[in-house]
Write a protein that binds this ligand. Sequence first.
Ligand SMILES: Cc1cc2nc3c(=O)[nH]c(=O)nc-3n(C[C@H](O)[C@H](O)[C@H](O)COP(=O)(O)O)c2cc1C
Length: 187
Amino acid sequence: MPNITIISASVRRGRNSHRVALYLKRFIEERNLATAEILDLQSFNFPVFDERLQYLPSPDPGVLDFAGKIRSAEGVIIVTPEYNGGYPASLKNVIDLLTNDWRRKPVAISTVSDGSFGGTQVITSIQFTLWKIKAWTVPAMFPVPKVSEAFSSEGIPADPETTDKRALGFINELLWCIKAHSMMDKN
Ligand SMILES: Cc1cc2nc3c(=O)[nH]c(=O)nc-3n(C[C@H](O)[C@H](O)[C@H](O)COP(=O)(O)O)c2cc1C
């Protein structure tokens, strides 16, 4: 079974996009689509980036833990809020931290907002950054508008039928990329 790592990018106190990370993890596990683990950037509480991992003389154990989990993940889902039309500093912090570990990594992006547009303005900037770092961004979207109405704090969707249908399309696209990736020479 493939292993998927979900990055929950918001570190804001009172954050709501974490609900989507909880939902996606449960969705994946309940259907035995993959194993799924959440890397919660709020829990990691990383300092502001000051150098890439490969150049850190004595990296923090949390950094090594994070890096190891990204390295071993066959696919990554990023759940990101939209802040002023972009993605949060906490997410840039960890993208810049790693270099080769992102290369050819299948990454699917879920954008989240409390407004009506589901954070769709953030998709272009996060896609561009991931392309620059040579990740393999999956051509599927999972935008979540009005997140606090759409999901409970435990990640239970208000409209399970529609949400699950959208989630399945999103995850299936990531699974296809993981499968295609595994058939190719990874070097
Ligand atoms: C600094 C800041 C900027 C924001 N900018 C936007 C924005 O540009 N567009 C939008 O739809 N929502 C914006 N929001 C609202 C977020 O979409 C909302 O907080 C949502 O719940 C996702 O972020 P969270 O996980 O931090 O809660 C902003 C929130 C903050 C804290």
